[in-house]
Design a binder for this molecule. Structure first.
Ligand SMILES: [Zn+2]
Length: 145
């Protein structure tokens, strides 16, 4: 049995820029943030200047409910750098607000990962003091939009 855990080594850390700083500050406060468009109400991630749906600059930061479902996943046994503990399971999550996030699955075995699995965010402070979002399985299903 291999329980998936957050990375605890000296993995490469994010390099926050002018657009992404608010997102990373949110993670440090255990708050998952994304941008909502004041023009079309669409959700945008990764952090940007223009709405990913309608290209409006009217983006405002919003706190996510932190729940979603797995859109796609894979199991990594041969990481990009030896700093990563394997196996780990990168996932693309469809968030309840309709945006997508690349993260990693924790709190279960790699074999448990499946498309449509309901997941919830949790935060872990790791390399260089950076707090990263991870996701664990939950029983609760997403409300239908
Ligand atoms: Zn828009």
């Amino acid at each position: 049995m291999t329980m998936l855990l957050p990375q605890d080594g000296s993995i490469p850390v994010p390099q926050p820029g002018a657009f992404s700083r608010n997102y990373w500050e949110g993670c440090a406060e255990h708050e998952l943030r994304f941008q909502r468009c004041g023009q079309c109400n669409g959700a945008t991630h990764t952090p940007a200047v223009l709405c990913a749906v309608c290209a409006s600059p009217a983006l405002e930061w919003e706190r996510s409910a932190g729940i979603g479902e797995i859109y796609s996943w894979t199991v990594v046994w041969r990481p990009a750098t030896p700093a990563f503990v394997v196996p780990y399971v990168p996932i693309v999550v469809t968030m309840a607000e309709g945006w997508h996030l690349l993260s990693a699955l924790v709190g279960c075995e790699p074999e448990a990962a499946e498309i449509g699995m309901a997941v919830e965010v949790e935060f872990h402070r790791g390399a260089e003091g950076f707090t990263l979002p991870y996701f664990h399985p939950v029983e609760k299903l997403l409300p239908k939009a």
